[in-house]
Design a binder for this molecule. Structure first.
Ligand SMILES: NC(=O)c1ccc[n+]([C@@H]2O[C@H](COP(=O)([O-])OP(=O)(O)OC[C@H]3O[C@@H](n4cnc5c(N)ncnc54)[C@H](O)[C@@H]3O)[C@@H](O)[C@H]2O)c1
Ligand SMILES: Nc1nc(=O)c(N)c(NC[C@H](O)[C@H](O)[C@H](O)COP(=O)(O)O)[nH]1
Length: 221
């Protein structure tokens, strides 16, 4: 299967959470980590999130540092990577920041998405229908490959991280472990879904202290 190099990037509290029980956006990254995340975005061809993250965080998914955007332009690239949302039912709000004019946006939907919703979203984004009930990530990876995407950064949340790992679509996971405790039995962790029969194994590629936390890059073992 032809697919981009895929890496997950996430910020995790020291008790293993990526958000709180209300699924609100919590600042977990240190400023030093945010700077690295921005660089990783700038080095990627596309950034993907699940619709859960769009609904709870309303991210822009753009490169913040103007120098990094300029560097991309010097390389003949658009200032920002392509933004991709896995959105089975086409629920992306029309005023979502991910639909602003800063970058090209692809909304991947399933066959269950309503035609009317798709038509509205089409005015602001490119729509890809992939999968019957949920977005078929393998089909989406092939679509992105054909669109010239060679490096894909997955920025969560926990459900989409789970499916990427389950389907064997992940090459690396970069986690920033931060010195905060969020608590909450129901607060989402890096990966949700059902436990794997056999745990998926990764090995440490690099490890770096970034402010009050540690960034570890894990590659598939
Ligand atoms: N700390 C971090 O680095 C970080 C990063 C991103 C998100 N978050 C947090 O994660 C939470 C959101 O995570 P989540 O798990 O609720 O949502 P998510 O972003 O993982 O989106 C999940 C949704 O995507 C859709 N989807 C479509 N195709 C799918 C597929 N093949 N597999 C799985 N899902 C598919 C489904 O509707 C599903 O409900 C929020 O609280 C957010 O703040 C944290
Ligand atoms: N790396 C990272 N550290 C965090 O502490 C945190 N809460 C997120 N969460 C991911 C989430 O989707 C964010 O909302 C986007 O990182 C914001 O992206 P924008 O600045 O809007 O482009 N990500």
């Amino acid at each position: 299967m032809r697919r981009p190099f895929v890496f997950i990037n996430s910020a995790v509290s020291l008790d293993g959470k990526i958000s709180n029980e209300r699924r609100e956006q919590v600042k977990i990254s240190s400023p030093e980590d945010f700077a690295v995340v921005d660089k990783l975005r700038a080095e990627s061809d596309a950034i993907l999130v699940g619709i859960g993250t769009v609904l709870s965080d309303d991210p822009k998914l753009t490169v913040k540092n103007p120098d990094l955007r300029e560097e991309r332009v010097r390389q003949g690239l658009p200032p920002n990577p392509v933004r991709v949302v896995a959105d089975s039912l086409a629920r992306t709000p029309l005023n979502a920041q991910v639909l602003n004019s800063d970058a090209r946006t692809v909304i991947a939907v399933s066959e269950r998405a309503e035609g009317e919703r798709i038509e509205k979203l089409k005015e602001k984004a490119e729509i890809v229908v992939a999968g019957k009930n949920r977005v078929d990530l393998k089909a989406l990876m092939e679509y992105l490959w054909d669109a010239g995407i060679r490096k894909l950064m997955v920025e969560g949340g926990s459900e989409i991280n789970y499916t990427f790992i389950k389907e064997g679509l992940v090459d690396e996971i970069r986690v920033f472990y931060s010195g905060i405790v969020i608590g909450g039995a129901k607060a989402p962790t890096l990966v949700s879904g059902k436990s794997f029969d056999v745990p998926v194994k990764f090995k440490i590629k690099s490890c770096e202290i970034l402010g009050n936390g540690v960034a570890v890059v894990w590659s598939l073992r």
